[in-house]
Design a protein around this ligand. Structure first.
Ligand SMILES: *[C@@H]1O[C@H](CO)[C@@H](O)[C@H](O)[C@H]1NC(C)=O
Ligand SMILES: *[C@@H]1O[C@H](CO)[C@@H](O)[C@H](O)[C@H]1NC(C)=O
Ligand SMILES: *[C@@H]1O[C@H](CO)[C@@H](O)[C@H](O)[C@H]1NC(C)=O
Ligand SMILES: *[C@@H]1O[C@H](CO)[C@@H](O)[C@H](O)[C@H]1NC(C)=O
Ligand SMILES: *[C@@H]1O[C@H](CO)[C@@H](O)[C@H](O)[C@H]1NC(C)=O
Ligand SMILES: *[C@@H]1O[C@H](CO)[C@@H](O)[C@H](O)[C@H]1NC(C)=O
Length: 884
């Protein structure tokens, strides 16, 4: 098993113990990353408008966690949060993977509601590590907002819960506990995300995690620029785009709270009252918000809504009191972090330009001296903002103090100073954390003696590894095959783990190859590890464009719910089938990841192999081995393909049964295909059957034996028991396979609404005919005459058992397989023994009873003559089937 992590509970984040485990870990991480994307259907929530004060986020995930069945939660600010039920596809808890129920939705109708928010009525509790996964369609900054409120629960005290919350790259909360509080905790982050986002909840040992609501919403790219000023010393700071941000304070100075309703980006601006350290000296002023102007460059309604700029604190009665003093705000912060401090100014107090000149201080350091808003905006009542970075080293007494006071060189009659809005934003630290010094992989990034030891140890380890590696390279070089230079690449002889597939490895650029040696710099950099693990490779979008003449319509060989399937020719001349997902389909994303997850764990002659995939540029593309003869159904009816013989059909059924049997029993964890049908059985150039399309597949839990899940599958093949009870078992596949067997025998659609009512469903009709003893009447006339009676009896018996009403009465795939093989033996033996050489006696075998054959005869017949039988025209009456 390649994905060992499933079995041995080892956390993928545990510290690697050596180079090989580093590789494995990187692989695991990369795999996890690839497997987890979930598609936003993300329709812009508000109607598009030319007005600058509306913003339609491309990604807009709002989830009211733990909320009951299906009703959405609408807030009075106009936003609608999806219920748990609707958003279950984003969440993966152990529940989906293993058996224990790890998350319990809690509904507490009568709990005290700390704010008007209906979001705090319910929470979702996790008893094991769980993650929400979101597909991000617009790369760039995103708000990640988390709402915590300890909803009362009969047995679990959420106030005692201790847990860690992290994304793929940042630790948001480490061993967080809401504590003995009945008030809610709201956390807001701004993170630059490309491609996908996981939010992972990790309960502390023996504890729980919980969450009431989650928001993941696109923010305008311009919201935080790369550069800011520093205060001690005064300089310019660049590189803000390398940080993630957590909003610590956001104040509408001199005005009331601004709620998400009045903010284009659904932010909340608190009143400054609680932080004003010298309220006696300050006086709130405000104007009509519509009188606030936004300049052509600089501040926009995205930076802050006009409600913020329309109110301010100014110096009170400045001429009466001691003429010079400062307005002061004090906010407590974690002193081990650096902060971005954003001041919002708008001169709503002056009567004329250049009348207001003031200084700005942060923690007693001069941040801006003699700030003259008029000269910066050339107008009054015009929005202006300025960013400063305050280094952690400049934070004393666990607080940030912000002051504004009149400049000494102010020429105006009245010394004054104002502040309209203030944001204090925490920068992620060197561990990629907002809470302590533990990184997402659990490593401690603190500045201690052990750090040096770790560095030294890692250095030594890397040195040793490098020597060993070079040794191996040298030895391999010595033993290089003589034709190595024909194989085009260095890595192809270095890593011929997949000897038949080396061509895939060798066909691509050297930058990707360099990733084999451990650099994890780009997404495509994982491909080397993928190939190394035999999981197929990462394709670039350009590569696949080239392979399909830019997805030419003429290259389309199939169309499904997921998207179109193209035939493609890779650089090395290999033909592949390229399945390209519709970018708009949310279902597609789920199936895309399921398919990669499932297929990468499985290798079998009768399962279609995944060669690789591409998820560049929000694409979802899977690359499979090319199956020259296409879907089995196309050889049964509805096309102009020449029909296949009974024996070929039997062979194909046996192959598919083997594939399904392996799925159910061969993999470490049983897998239920869930969509067994003749279009999902593909045939290669030799008519070897391979089961395809694992988009709906589910891992079957070991002990419980069924998965409770929404009913999915294809009409006509659907297990009625699964339909009734919504419990999926392997026996549901067996049922579908039974339908396939009758479809193969009768060569008609499994549902044909044009027929008289009792004949519409093939499964029912065939069973009915069989009971009445008139099944012969509906057998495909093309093969009817070539089927040996006994073979038919065995075959129909197997098919009938598969269609048993209750799953427990149906045989396992192993039994079905055995019966089909027996039917094949009977068929071969009858024709073989009676007409070994008589090729002209084409259809004489028809009514030859096979009863009087012994098992020994059969064995001999099969082992000795299958070759002859397969080659004789008698058994391939329709000849070789044309490729498409
Ligand atoms: C919370 O309150 C309980 C009892 O009211 C007390 O035993 C416990 O120590 C408190 N926990 C914290 C973190 O203050
Ligand atoms: C987000 O990150 C990407 C790549 O990491 C970078 O190219 C882009 O400029 C960043 N965007 C912002 C707004 O910082
Ligand atoms: C929010 O907007 C409404 C009008 O849409 C207005 O009546 C209300 O006063 C505003 N509230 C704040 C705090 O700005
Ligand atoms: C305002 O605050 C700064 C920094 O704390 C201080 O240096 C300055 O003297 C203060 N101004 C007045 C008039 O108190
Ligand atoms: C803060 O200062 C320290 C030491 O001067 C420096 O290493 C670090 O990069 C600074 N951090 C920020 C965010 O400016
Ligand atoms: C920090 O606290 C001490 C004692 O409470 C006080 O003397 C000092 O002025 C404070 N420093 C700042 C920067 O507030």
């Amino acid at each position: 098993m390649l994905l060992g992590g499933d079995n041995n509970n080892s956390s993928p984040f545990s510290r690697p113990s050596g180079f090989s485990s580093f590789l494995f870990l990187s692989f695991l991480l990369s795999f996890t990353t690839f497997a987890v994307c979930v598609r936003a259907e993300s329709p812009p929530s508000s109607s598009p408008s030319s007005s600058p004060s509306t913003y339609s986020p491309r990604d807009n995930y709002l989830i009211d966690c733990g909320s009951g069945s299906s009703e959405q939660t609408s807030l009075d600010d106009g936003r609608t949060f999806k219920s748990d039920h609707e958003s279950s596809s984003y969440l993966s808890t152990k529940e989906d993977i293993e058996t224990s129920v790890d998350s319990i939705p809690v509904k507490a109708k009568s709990s005290p509601c700390p704010s008007a928010y209906p979001l705090y009525r319910s929470a979702r509790i996790f008893t094991g590590e769980s993650r929400y996964r979101f597909f991000i369609s617009q790369p760039g900054p995103h708000w990640v907002r988390l709402h915590f409120y300890p909803v009362p629960h009969s047995s679990i005290k959420l106030t005692d819960a201790v847990f860690t919350v992290q994304t793929d790259k940042f630790v948001l909360l480490h061993d967080f506990s809401i504590g003995n509080t009945t008030s809610l905790v709201f956390k807001e982050y701004l993170i630059n995300i490309t491609g996908r986002l996981s939010i992972i909840f990790k309960p502390h040992k023996d504890s729980h995690a919980f969450i009431n609501a989650i928001e993941v919403v696109s923010a305008p790219g311009s919201i935080i620029s790369d550069a800011a000023s520093t205060v001690a010393p005064r300089d310019t700071f660049t590189g803000l785009s390398n940080f993630a941000f957590e909003v610590s304070y956001r104040l509408n100075v001199g005005g009331p709270m601004v709620t998400p309703k009045n903010d284009t980006l659904s932010r909340t601006w608190l009143s400054d009252e609680a932080y004003n350290a010298f309220p006696e000296g300050s006086e709130a002023v405000s104007v009509e918000p519509k009188n606030v102007h936004y300049p052509d460059g600089g501040a926009t309604p995205y930076i802050a809504p006009n409600w913020v700029y329309a109110s301010a604190q100014k110096m009170k009665e400045a001429q009466v009191m001691q003429p010079n003093f400062n307005l002061t705000w004090k906010m407590s912060v974690d002193p081990s972090f650096s902060y971005l401090i954003r001041f919002h100014f708008c001169d709503i107090v002056s009567k004329s330009l250049n009348d207001l000149l003031f200084n700005v201080y942060i923690n007693e350091f001069m941040a801006a001296s003699s700030l003259d808003l008029s000269s910066l905006t050339d107008a009054l009542s015009t929005a202006y903002y300025k960013d400063f970075v305050l280094n952690a080293t400049a934070i004393k007494n666990d607080s940030i103090t912000v002051q504004v006071g009149p400049a000494s060189n102010a020429q105006s009659s009245l010394p004054n100073a104002i502040l309209n809005g203030l944001e204090v934003i925490k920068l992620s630290n060197e561990a990629g954390s907002f809470d302590g010094l533990f990184a997402v992989d659990g490593t401690y990034k603190g500045d201690t003696g052990t750090k040096m030891k770790i560095v030294a140890g890692v250095g030594l380890l890397m040195g040793v590894t490098a020597i060993v590696f070079l040794g191996i390279v040298f030895v391999r070089w010595q033993r290089r095959p003589h034709d190595w230079d024909k194989r085009k690449s260095f890595s192809s002889w270095l890593l011929p783990l997949h000897s038949t597939k080396t061509s895939f490895l060798s066909s691509k650029s050297s930058s990707r190859r360099s990733s084999l040696f451990g650099s994890r710099k780009s997404k495509s950099g994982y491909s080397g590890l993928f190939s190394n693990q035999g999981l197929g490779r990462f394709f670039t979008f350009t590569e696949l464009q080239n392979a399909t003449q830019n997805f030419d319509e003429n290259a389309v060989i199939g169309v499904g719910g997921f998207g179109k399937v193209y035939i493609g020719v890779l650089e090395d001349g290999n033909k592949v089938a390229i399945k390209r997902g519709n970018p708009g389909s949310e279902q597609g994303i789920n199936e895309f990841q399921t398919e990669i997850q499932m297929l990468s764990k499985l290798r079998h002659r009768h399962l279609v192999s995944l060669i690789g995939f591409c998820d560049e540029q929000s694409e979802m593309i899977l690359v499979y081995e090319y199956m020259a003869n296409g879907p089995f159904r196309d050889h049964l009816y509805g096309t102009n393909q020449p029909p296949v013989s009974w024996k070929q059909r039997l062979e194909i059924c046996i192959g598919s049964a083997r594939g399904l049997h392996y799925l159910h029993t061969g993999a470490a964890q049983g897998i239920i295909h869930r969509d067994v049908k003749t279009t999902n059985i593909l045939l290669d150039e030799n008519l070897v059957a391979k089961v395809a399309d694992f988009g709906l597949s589910k891992a079957a839990p070991m002990d419980r034996g069924y998965v409770s899940t929404a009913v999915k599958g294809s009409f006509g093949y659907l297990d009625p028991e699964y339909f009734r009870r919504q419990q999926l078992t392997e026996k549901s596949d067996v049922y579908s396979f039974g339908v396939v067997l009758f479809e193969v025998l009768c060569a008609r659609p499994v549902i044909n609404p044009k027929l008289p009512r009792e004949q519409v469903s093939l499964a029912e009709w065939a069973l009915q005919c069989h009971r009445k003893g008139i099944l012969e009447k509906i057998i495909d006339p093309v093969i009817a005459e070539t089927i040996c009676k006994e073979s038919l009896r065995k075959y129909v018996e197997a098919a009938e058992k598969c269609l048993a009403e209750y799953g427990v009465d149906r045989p396992g795939m192993g039994d079905v397989l055995w019966n089909l093989e027996y039917a094949m033996q009977l068929q071969e033996a009858s024709t073989q023994i009676d007409h070994p050489e008589d090729k002209s006696a084409n259809l004489i075998a028809l009514d030859k009873p096979c009863e009087n054959l012994s098992r020994e005869d059969l064995a001999v017949a099969v082992s000795d003559n299958s070759e002859i039988a397969a080659g004789s025209s008698l058994f391939s009456p329709v000849g070789k089937v044309r490729g498409r």
